[in-house]
Structures are given as C-alpha cells and as structure tokens.
Design a protein around this ligand. Structure first.
Ligand code: FE2
Length: 302
C-alpha cells in the first residue's frame, strides 16, 4: 500500500506547522489513518512535546491507563515506548484495546533510528475488518455478538524484561492488594492472587469491533498481540483470550485475522526526527525486533 501512511514533508519547527495546520492534519489522519511528518526540525523530546502541545489535543497519561507495558515518562506527556528487549517483537494492536480505557490517537517520535530492524508496523483495521467479514464471517459474527475477554498476569513489581511486565501496583495505581481489588471491582474485572505475589486479572467482555462512522467498522481489539505475544514466565498466550462467554479463541479462529493483517501491514522505517500520528481506532501498530540503539518516544491523545 503506497498510500499509507500519508506523508507531510516539511522543514523548520513542527510545533509551528501543527499549530497553523491542525485542521489539515486532522483531515489527513481521518483519510489515511496515519500521518508521517518528515524533514521537520525535531531534535529531542522537548521539541516533540512542544509539537504535541501545539497540536492542541488533550493528553492521556500513562499513570491513568491500564497499559501492560513498562514505560518511563520523559516529560509529563511523553514516555518511552514499550521497553521490552530489542529481540522481542511487539505484535499488532490498538493501544490499550485490552482495557476499557484507551486513547483515540498516538504520536510517535523517533529520536534515534535503529540501524537494523525496529520498524513500526502499521495496519488499517477497517481493511482487516472488511476482509474478515467476507473470509471469516462466523468469527466476526461471534466477536460482534459476544465481545472478548483478556486475561493477563501482572507481576508484583515491574518486570522490564517482558512486554507484559507492568506491575499490578503500577497498573492499578495501588500499593496494597485491597486498593487493587477496589479498582478491579470498579472496572468489572475478575481476579485471582497467585502465590508468587502476581495477580491474574480477567476483563469484562469488551467490544472487539468498533464503529468508525460512515458505515466503516474496524477490528478494534488486542487479539493479535495477545495471541501472538503475551508470552513470558507468567503469561500463556493460549489462555489470554476468550470470546465474551468464556470459550477459548483458538489458533484456527485467529489464523485468518493474523494472515490478513500481515498482508496489509506497512512497515514504517524510521529516520531520526520523524514524527507519526496514528488514529488508534482505525490503525494497529507494533514494533519489529531490532539491533543496536533505537529510541522511539510516544504520547497519547484522549
Ligand atoms: Fe502500543
């Protein structure tokens, strides 16, 4: 797909560009689902922060989120992308679609481009949905009817060696099990404490398909990432996802979704100074494995 993402090439301050052209950028985002800003002068996290500020949208903070990933804030609105090890692939997902609270869009900024690998795969979920509706209609019908539940194990303390390593204390914003349980109850989760101090949490049935308006629908969920990637010393990907009524989603169920998404994926190869804006409802993202140094920062829009 050569038409994806839309690229806006320019020079000088990205903050100045975004404050002057926000409506044009929004339109490009609505059409393409992702916009790449290349050639602008974005030397560091502070310049990235200023560009986001200039765009004028409300932020969505990592502390308030139920993200599973371990991250570090650089500025109040900018944080490191998932800190999982370089050889770990992060599979396609919509940011935080495995929780009831998610951002509408994400900004990425490449401070240091990796020398080998490290692209950000992007995939239009509305196109994935359209293909699945024809090629796997029963799967789609069932997702539509039942939604999905996600189960994951959160360690007692952050484990930066895993893409699923954020502790329950950080995820649920509580230092005590009592406080964590209160939050889980509010969210409608079920849970079980483990003997090693970790917590198994299962979400209520969450929608797996989202209406985008104008009759478009997207495959808005975390199924591919959970099924392919939620694997560490605590998590078993075969137990991570079920249909809303609790029956397992199998490898056979997932095969068409994975194949179609792979086919439709565009690898964004970063250059230092690049900024990308991604519509979180229409486009999935991930991270290819890499070697050497790579620094990509992210920021979420409410
Ligand atoms: Fe992500």
């Amino acid at each position: 797909m050569t038409d994806f993402p839309d690229m806006i090439a320019g020079e000088g301050s990205l903050a100045a560009y975004l404050s002057a052209h926000a409506p044009r950028v929004e339109e490009a985002l609505g059409n393409a689902g992702a916009v790449l800003f290349r050639g602008f002068d974005v030397p560091d996290a502070q310049a990235f922060d200023a560009a986001i500020e200039a765009f004028g949208k409300l932020g969505f903070t990592y502390e308030d989120s139920l993200s599973n990933a371990v991250r570090t804030n650089i500025t109040p609105r900018v944080f490191t992308a998932n800190e999982a090890p370089p050889q770990t692939e992060i599979f396609l997902h919509h940011e935080m679609a495995q929780t009831p609270i998610y951002p509408s869009a994400l900004f990425f900024y490449c401070e240091i481009a990796p020398s080998v690998g490290g692209a950000t795969p992007l995939c239009r979920s509305d196109r994935v949905f359209d293909r699945l509706a024809t090629e796997a209609p029963q799967f789609i019908e069932r997702l539509d009817k039942e939604g999905v539940r996600y189960t994951n194990f959160m360690p007692g303390d952050d484990d930066a060696g895993s893409g699923q390593g954020r502790s329950w204390k950080s995820t649920l914003n509580s230092a005590t099990p009592e406080g964590a349980e209160k939050r889980l109850k509010e969210l409608g989760y079920s849970w079980e404490w483990q003997s090693d101090g970790s917590l198994r949490a299962t979400t209520p049935a969450l929608p797996a398909i989202r209406e985008l308006g104008g009759g478009r629908r997207s495959f808005f969920n975390q199924l591919i990432a959970a099924f392919r990637g939620w694997s560490d010393s605590r998590n078993d990907p075969n137990k991570a996802i079920t249909f809303g009524r609790g029956e397992a989603i199998t490898a056979d169920d997932m095969a068409p979704a994975i194949a179609i998404a792979d086919e439709l994926t565009y690898d964004l190869q970063w250059q230092a100074g690049d900024v990308a804006l991604v519509d979180n409802f229409a486009v999935m993202h991930g991270r290819r494995p890499f070697r050497g140094k790579r620094r990509v920062l992210a920021s979420l829009i409410s």
